[in-house]
Design a binder for this molecule. Structure first.
Ligand SMILES: [Zn+2]
Length: 157
């Protein structure tokens, strides 16, 4: 995420991200976790460079991450349309996150919507040219498109 005042970029810390994902893996009742009360508690934080208050932004970002994690969880259960709905919520809150677009692409691909998938992956690479999921997927699509039997996909590129 980015400080709206001075433009400083903050990336999630690898270690803390891992521990939260670990916690999410313990979810067993996915139908009961749609309540907003299960959002992570917003924490107060100021920009290290310009000292602007980032807590509102962070809580929005946390909510977006929360939706994204639900989407990943639903994806692992094969519930693609629900996963897509949750990921769309994440994107509505935080549009410039490449991972959200990458997942949107994956979900579209799983549902056979190649045009949307390609658009999402291209969008992901716009926000993060290093995004591995998006670049690998597009690479794979291009390989598939060079296959003589599959002209449908090459028409989309
Ligand atoms: Zn700042």
């Amino acid at each position: 995420m980015k400080c709206p005042v001075c433009g400083a970029i903050y990336r999630p810390v690898k270690g803390s991200r891992g521990s939260v994902e670990q916690k999410n893996n313990d979810y067993t009742q996915e139908t009961t976790i749609t309540s907003p009360s299960s959002f992570p508690t917003p924490h107060s934080q100021t920009c290290r460079r310009c000292k602007a208050d980032l807590s509102d932004l962070l809580s929005l970002h946390d909510q977006a991450i929360w939706y994204h994690r639900q989407a990943l969880h639903l994806l692992s259960k094969g519930r693609y349309p629900e996963a897509a709905t949750h990921n769309a919520q994440a994107l509505a809150l935080y549009y410039s996150n490449a991972d959200f677009h990458a997942l949107a692409g994956k979900l579209s691909a799983f549902q056979g919507e190649w045009r949307e998938a390609i658009a999402s992956w291209q969008q992901a690479l716009k926000f993060d040219p290093q995004n591995a999921i998006a670049s690998d997927s597009l690479q794979m699509i291009k390989l598939m498109a060079t296959h003589p039997l599959d002209t449908q996909i090459s028409d989309l590129l």
